[in-house]
Each structure stands twice: as C-alpha cells, then as structure tokens.
Design a protein around this ligand. Structure first.
Ligand SMILES: Cc1cc2nc3c(=O)[nH]c(=O)nc-3n(C[C@H](O)[C@H](O)[C@H](O)COP(=O)(O)OP(=O)(O)OC[C@H]3O[C@@H](n4cnc5c(N)ncnc54)[C@H](O)[C@@H]3O)c2cc1C
Length: 423
C-alpha cells in the first residue's frame, strides 16, 4: 500500500474506546452506565434502525416484573428483583410515568392452585412479599375476574420501556455519547488489541443508498437482541445456541373496558415453558391489552402473520436445536398456531379467568418478537446469557424480564469490562 493510500486509510478510521451495538433498553442502559463510569472515553452506539426501541423494547407488555417466577439464585431472579426497585427509582427521578399497580396470578382449577403454592414458595425464596387470596378476596379486588384463588404480588408495576430507553439515550448524548442510527453491523474482526466493525449505513450519502463504514474500538458490547447468535458466530467464538423468534401477539380491549381490571391479571404459567401465558395488562396510557401468545415466527422480524424471511427459515432448519425443540413441543406449538389463527380460540384462554369478554371487544395491536436462545439439545435457555472474548462482550440471551432488569444488567456487563484502559 502506498504511503498516501495508507494515510488516507488512517484518516478514514473512526476510533472509539467502546462501541455498543443496539439501541434497545439493554444497549441504552449499558452505554449510559459506561459513560458515567468513564466520562473520558469516546463511546458510541450503532443501531440499524432509524430510532431507538424499535424491536423488543418497544413491543412488550410494559410490566415491571417483581421476580416471582425465576429460579432462586439465577441471574434472572437476582437482577429482576433489583431491577424492579431501580426501574421505579429511575422513573421517579426522571419523571417517567409508572404505576405500582400490583399483579394477581389467578388459579382456575385445583391443579393451578397447587401451581400457585409452588410460585408462592419461589417468590418468597426470591425475597418477595406475596399473599395468597381466596376466591372471595379475588372477587373483592377484581369483580370481573373469576378463579378459585390467586397470588397477590404488590411490587409488580407498569411503565413504557421505550420512554425509559429514550431517557437513557438522552442522558448518554448529553454526557458526550454518540449514536449512529441507520447503521447495521455486518462484520466483526478482533485483532491486535482492537475490534474492527464493518457497517452499512442506510443514510443516503453521495447519492448511494447503502454506504459501507468501518469503525474501530477497544471494547465492543453487543446488545443486538435476536441477532446475537450471528454476532457470536462472526467473531469466530463457538456458538452452542441459536436464536429462535417467538411472536407474541396482542389485542387491545375496546376503550369502554379500560376499567375492567384494577391490577395486572396473569394465569398460572405452564412450568415447562418460559412464557407467562396470555394476560390482561393495564398499560401506562390507560388502555388494557390481552396477550401475548407465543407462536414460532417465520422470520426474526416477522411481526405480521404473513411475513417471512427465507434466510431466517433456512438458518432455523439447518440447526439441530430447532428440530429437537419442535419435536418436544409440537403439541403446544400447534395450539399456539391455532390460537393465533382463530380469535375465538385465543379468547378462550382469557375467558377462563375473565368470562365476560367477547370477540368483538378485541382490537388489533402491535405484536412483539421474543428473542429466545435455544441450545443444541433443543432446550430453551432460561437464564440471561453472555459470551465474551478478549475485547468483545455479547449479550446472548436477554428475554423477559430483561427490560425490568436492564439497569442491573448494565452493571453486570460493565463489571466484566476492563475499565482501566486509558482513553
Ligand atoms: C412480547 C414481549 C413481551 C415482553 N414483556 C416484557 C415485560 O412486560 N417486562 C419485561 O421486563 N420484559 C418484557 N419483555 C422482554 C423485553 O422486552 C426484552 O427482554 C428487552 O427489551 C430486551 O432488550 P434488548 O435491548 O436486549 O433488545 P431489543 O430491544 O430487541 O434491541 C436490540 C437492538 O439491536 C439492534 N440490532 C440488532 N442487530 C444489529 C446490527 N447488526 N447492527 C446494529 N443494530 C442491531 C436492533 O435493531 C434493536 O434495536 C417482553 C418481550 C416481548 C417480545
């Protein structure tokens, strides 16, 4: 390479102390925390969409979980319980609307009553205050809900996570952080103490729709949600999991039903599945949603039933974990598909605890896609999972309750980095 071209190359370099992939709530919280700890570092976020919170963070139930369900001692249990308190404190400090409305887990048969006892035990092991409610107490709290009994979880709340994400990014920007929207990370290379990132930009520069741009950094943190396995692969690290997209479809109740519930109403979940079941959720804007179900999506960003991605399907069918998972859960999967296709069938799940609802009460609402890591044996990985090389840290599995847990997850990530590197 001639001197002049290598000089031009050097000039074209964009160097950072740390780069974060993804402007969802985990990327935003991590960037915000890192900027606080190292205000002298040059830090940027690279996000493929034109604004933040376009995927899981902006398409969820908005529940501030308390930590009832998660295995004692797991990261989920620890970071959710802490995240519940810290999310509320963050909202108070920055005047973000939230409500500590509490939640009722409702048992509709004897089997589910036994399930409630298990959940009560688990919640107490996780340090939560919960209370069993008789059918009569449930009726007093929730006249429109029917059940044999319930578990009352007062610490659960509601918020708009996209708003928290925007606030974190605002503060990150005010402290000197940079954000590249419309930039998609395509290739990663870690060599000689630095990470090279090749990105395409969807911003129209010099009449070209997609420009390639190279970034360099000393530390890379990828919070890319459903794309995490691809980033692990591109780093050359061994990948013993794959991401699978489970679409969570919602309905919104007609406005006249906004007062149908006083708290969050959840069914007793199937202990063999990581999903919590179709629930009635009071949203922070005053509306009530029903959902989400969990249907295998035919693309990682296939938010509509008719959408699919051949590349994503090809990758899914080439992985042994998909077959094994589908082989084990084919019956549950077909049930989810039926409920997704037929509104009557979907509604039956809610009518088991809210019998007055009718099909005509359900309005369309945006769906979300859960990014769920599945191992090669076809098990859904339950806990939060991270992969790390010398200079890169990748968030591999951050499903629910990761929005609740985002602030402590950011601390957990930052504690794994070398913060002593000079700027
Ligand atoms: C239906 C549903 C309901 C849920 N309900 C709750 C709830 O009530 N409470 C709760 O605590 N949690 C809930 N969750 C989970 C929660 O929403 C997620 O755990 C959390 O939002 C994960 O945040 P994230 O930043 O990791 O991912 P995301 O929000 O998905 O963000 C990842 C970002 O990375 C970007 N990206 C990906 N690849 C690239 C690339 N190559 N280059 C540049 N950018 C890239 C994406 O565009 C995206 O913006 C729910 C999730 C779903 C789907």
């Amino acid at each position: 390479m001639s001197d002049s071209s290598s000089q031009a190359n050097r000039q074209a370099r964009t160097d950072y102390d740390a780069l974060i992939i993804g402007a969802g709530i985990i990327g935003a919280a991590t960037a915000w925390r890192l900027q606080q700890l190292r205000p002298d570092w040059r830090i940027a976020i690279i996000e493929k969409e034109q604004s933040c919170a376009q995927h899981q963070t902006g398409r969820n139930s908005g529940v501030i979980h308390a930590g009832v369900y998660y295995a004692p001692g797991s990261l989920k249990a620890k970071l959710c319980v802490e995240g519940n308190q810290r999310t509320k404190a963050f909202c108070k400090e920055h005047r973000i609307a939230f409500e500590e409305c509490g939640k009722l887990l409702v048992a509709c048969d004897e089997q589910e009553l036994k399930g409630l006892d298990q959940l009560k035990l688990r919640a107490r092991q996780n340090g939560l205050e919960v209370e069993t409610q008789s059918a009569q107490q449930l009726k007093q709290r929730e006249p429109n809900i029917a059940g044999l009994g319930a578990l009352w979880v007062p610490a659960s709340g509601i918020v708009d996570y996209a708003e928290i994400c925007r606030e974190l990014l605002k503060q990150f920007g005010e402290a000197g952080g940079e954000i590249y929207y419309g930039h998609e990370l395509k290739r990663l290379r870690e060599r000689d103490g630095e990470v090279q990132l090749q990105c395409t930009s969807s911003l129209s520069i010099a009449h070209t729709d997609r420009q390639s741009q190279i970034f360099y950094c000393k530390q890379l943190i990828a919070c890319a949600g459903i794309q995490s396995d691809r980033l692990v692969k591109s780093l050359g690290l061994s990948v013993d999991f794959q991401m699978m997209p489970f679409r969570g479809e919602y309905f919104q109740l007609l406005g006249e039903h906004n007062s149908i519930i006083n708290h969050l109403i959840y069914p007793v979940p199937d202990p063999t599945m990581p999903f919590l079941g179709v629930h009635l959720t009071r949203m922070i804007d005053g509306s009530v949603t029903v959902g989400p179900n969990a249907v295998l999506a035919m693309g990682r960003e296939a938010y509509k039933k008719t959408q699919f991605s051949m590349a994503d399907i090809q990758q899914m069918v080439s992985e042994p974990g998909s077959y094994r998972l589908l082989g084990r859960f084919w019956k549950a999967g077909l049930g989810e598909l039926r409920d997704s296709l037929f509104k009557h069938s979907y509604l039956k799940r809610v009518q088991s605890y809210c019998p007055s609802l009718k099909v005509s009460d359900l309005l369309p609402y945006k769906a979300g896609i859960r990014a769920q890591a599945v191992d090669k044996q076809g098990n859904m990985i339950d806990d939060f999972l991270f992969a790390q090389s010398e200079q890169c840290l990748i968030v591999c599995n951050a499903p629910s309750p990761a929005a609740t847990s985002a602030l402590p997850i950011a601390d957990h990530i930052v504690a794994k980095l070398d913060l002593n590197t000079p700027a």
